[in-house]
Design a binder for this molecule. Structure first.
Ligand code: GUN
Length: 298
């Protein structure tokens, strides 16, 4: 047995990185307003009374206001019909003063999510969930891309600026996180493996990763046995335990003894998701006014 005690992983501070991005955003918003008389504006559509969604939307609104982005929340009752939501989206698509539109998910069961997402004008799709923006991401074109994967990429680059050739393993294949995360890492010239609920031998697969991004929604799914020594581990999971505390998809205490760097929950990915929603709103406002689209990546 070796006597060498591995040093604990660096904790990647998402709050600090998000605060730095908000400073850049606020500067950009000030220039848009003062030099071009453009007030970037975000419309959030919230249907129903899911408590977590209400908290997320309140946080998004507060963050927008902090950097000078105008935000409006369109709160609709749980029994709202699909047609009513479509009508609202049509109005927001047509409104020149609205630059970004976000429909908070999940939607109540009488509403078909794909139909709703299809109705969002792609140029205003600050969540990057329309098929047009997903196709642009997969095709290597410019567009609006999902905020959580953009935030994860910035967190990764803050500790590993050179990603080309590294093996990245993404756990989860949702349209919101897993798939766009894999595409962004491919664009960075990583070798990418996507692991999902039907994959065999999770530990053996994640152990291949120099970078491991976990977005499975299963508390403590990834343990130290699934991490290569020195790997960068990004935990997207936000799971509420019975005692009310938040827990990620990664066993933080155990993995921190093996990994090189790891994000905490809370204070890791969450603040970065919101910061990139604001970045997408500013980028969308610039594009709609035919100004150069700013690059808020790191
Ligand atoms: N619900 C949970 N996360 C998200 C998100 O990033 N965007 C939207 N629209 N809904 C969500």
């Amino acid at each position: 047995m070796s006597n060498v005690v591995p040093s604990p992983a660096q904790t990647i501070d998402g709050r600090k990185l998000a605060a730095a991005l908000r400073v850049r955003l606020k500067n950009h918003v000030d220039v848009l307003l003062n030099d071009h008389k453009i007030l970037p504006s975000l419309a959030v559509v919230l249907v129903g009374d899911d408590p977590a969604s209400h908290v997320y939307v309140a946080n998004k609104k507060k963050a927008a206001e902090k950097v000078g982005i105008r935000s409006s929340v369109h709160q609709l009752p749980r029994e709202t019909s699909q047609d009513e939501v479509l009508k609202l989206l049509h109005k927001l698509n047509e409104d020149a003063r609205t630059h970004g539109i976000l429909v908070q998910l999940p939607l109540p069961k009488q509403i078909d999510t794909a139909t709703i997402l299809r109705a969002i004008e792609p140029a205003k799709d600050v969540d990057g969930l329309t098929v047009q923006n997903a196709g642009r991401l997969a095709s290597g074109l410019a567009g609006l891309f999902p905020c959580t994967p953009l935030g994860c990429l910035a967190l990764i680059k803050s500790v590993r600026p050179q990603l080309a050739g590294l093996h990245a393993v993404v756990v989860g294949r949702s349209n919101l996180v897993g798939k766009p995360m894999a595409q962004l890492l491919l664009r960075e010239n990583c070798t990418v493996t996507v692991v999902h609920s039907r994959s065999r031998d999770l530990d053996a697969l994640t152990r291949l990763g120099d970078i491991v991004v976990v977005a499975a929604g299963k508390p403590g799914l990834v343990t130290a046995a699934g991490i290569k020594p020195g790997a960068t581990v990004i935990d997207v999971g936000i799971n509420r335990a019975a005692d009310g505390t938040l827990q990620g998809d990664v066993d933080f205490a155990a993995v921190a003894r093996v990994a090189g760097a790891i994000t905490p929950v809370p204070g890791g990915v969450g603040p970065m998701t919101i910061a990139y929603l604001l970045a997408n709103t500013v980028a969308a406002a610039c594009r709609q006014h035919e100004l150069t689209q700013p690059d808020f990546s790191i």
